[in-house]
Write a protein that binds this ligand. Structure first.
Ligand SMILES: NC(=O)C1=CN([C@@H]2O[C@H](COP(=O)(O)OP(=O)(O)OC[C@H]3O[C@@H](n4cnc5c(N)ncnc54)[C@H](OP(=O)(O)O)[C@@H]3O)[C@@H](O)[C@H]2O)C=CC1
Ligand SMILES: O=C([O-])CC(=O)C(=O)O
Length: 272
């Protein structure tokens, strides 16, 4: 049975832990960490098989786990990823935006080879990465338009320097248009999906991102358009947000659970 260490005990971390505890993911959750001690304690309280709460994030991978699952933040990814690999543990990353920093990406990619370990990036809140991966070398344009309710965009770094007041938006409004590289740094908890698309396709400077605030939607909608010599692909994913964190879609959590299930099972694997 695989042993899992969990970094981040928020909306996603909690659902992943419950999926392990119920046997849906055939593994043991042995260690957890969150910078909020209260959140780690609250999570452990919900579980039948209680993991140990470690004192800092680096202690997750110095314990005998097979994989560290990150469901915390881009800062957490920057802080622990290399040491996880150096400790010869696999790593699953949800805060994928951190990997758009090219030096981080290259260092981690080299470390995977050096330590013979793998970093898993689930498809998260979108679908279609299998197709985009296959046509990667023929892509001529790739873009994503993400529409969320203003409450799901609150707190983003973007608003520190923008005149836009989310509370005053009363109809569907484009609040950002730029590259995935810019989007991921200005909306770190909202548009990791643009980082996934970039890494799969044409890179973060060539992947276009539009962010729309719509007070009349209850969904987190991602509309992806990929075009090239192969033809054209469009994907529209209309996600319901998680009930505890409106920024995060339910699909992102289910995708994390499915990726972990695949990691823990020896079985027939379907899809690219
Ligand atoms: N790949 C994808 O498609 C998607 C990725 N995500 C990303 O997944 C991650 C988890 O999402 P979610 O669970 O909804 O977020 P939450 O905010 O609900 O939970 C994150 C938890 O991690 C904690 N945390 C943040 N930074 C650190 C750190 N450096 N060390 C330890 N703990 C930390 C937070 O504490 P505190 O609250 O005190 O900051 C919080 O308790 C987020 O980064 C989110 O942006 C989300 C949706 C889709
Ligand atoms: O969950 C979503 O819809 C997308 C999201 O927050 C992200 O990519 O960071």
């Amino acid at each position: 049975m695989k042993r899992i260490g969990l970094l981040g005990c928020g909306a996603m971390g909690t659902q992943i832990a419950l999926a392990i505890d119920s046997g849906q993911i055939p593994a043991t959750l042995t260690h957890v960490f969150d910078e909020s001690k209260e959140k780690s304690a609250l999570l452990v309280e919900k579980l039948t098989n209680k993991p140990e709460i470690v004192e800092n994030s680096h202690l997750l991978s110095s314990n005998p786990v097979d994989i560290v699952v990150e469901a915390a933040s881009q800062d957490a990814v920057m802080d622990v990823s290399l040491s996880v690999l150096q400790n010869k543990k696999d790593l699953m990353i949800m805060s994928v935006g951190a990997l758009l920093d090219e030096s981080i990406y290259d260092i981690l990619s080299d470390a995977c080879k050096d330590f013979k370990k793998t970093i898993y990036l689930p498809s998260g809140a979108i679908a279609g990465l299998d197709g985009i991966k296959s046509v990667k070398n023929e892509l001529e344009s790739l873009s994503i338009t993400t529409t969320k309710h203003p409450r799901s965009l609150k707190g983003a770094k973007f608003f520190e320097t923008s005149d836009i007041n989310l509370d005053e938006i009363n109809s569907s409004t484009v609040i950002f248009e730029g590259t995935a590289k810019e989007a991921v740094s200005l909306f770190p908890a909202n548009i990791n999906v643009a980082a996934l698309l970039s890494l799969t396709g044409v890179g973060s400077e060539k992947t276009g991102v539009k962010i729309v605030a719509d007070p009349n939607t209850e969904k987190n909608t991602h509309h992806i358009v990929a075009e090239g010599k192969f033809g054209k692909m469009t994907f529209t994913i209309e996600n319901y947000p998680d009930e505890n964190n409106p920024k995060t879609s339910r699909l992102a959590i289910l995708s994390a659970i499915e990726t972990l299930k695949k990691y823990c099972l020896n079985d027939i694997q379907i899809g690219t």
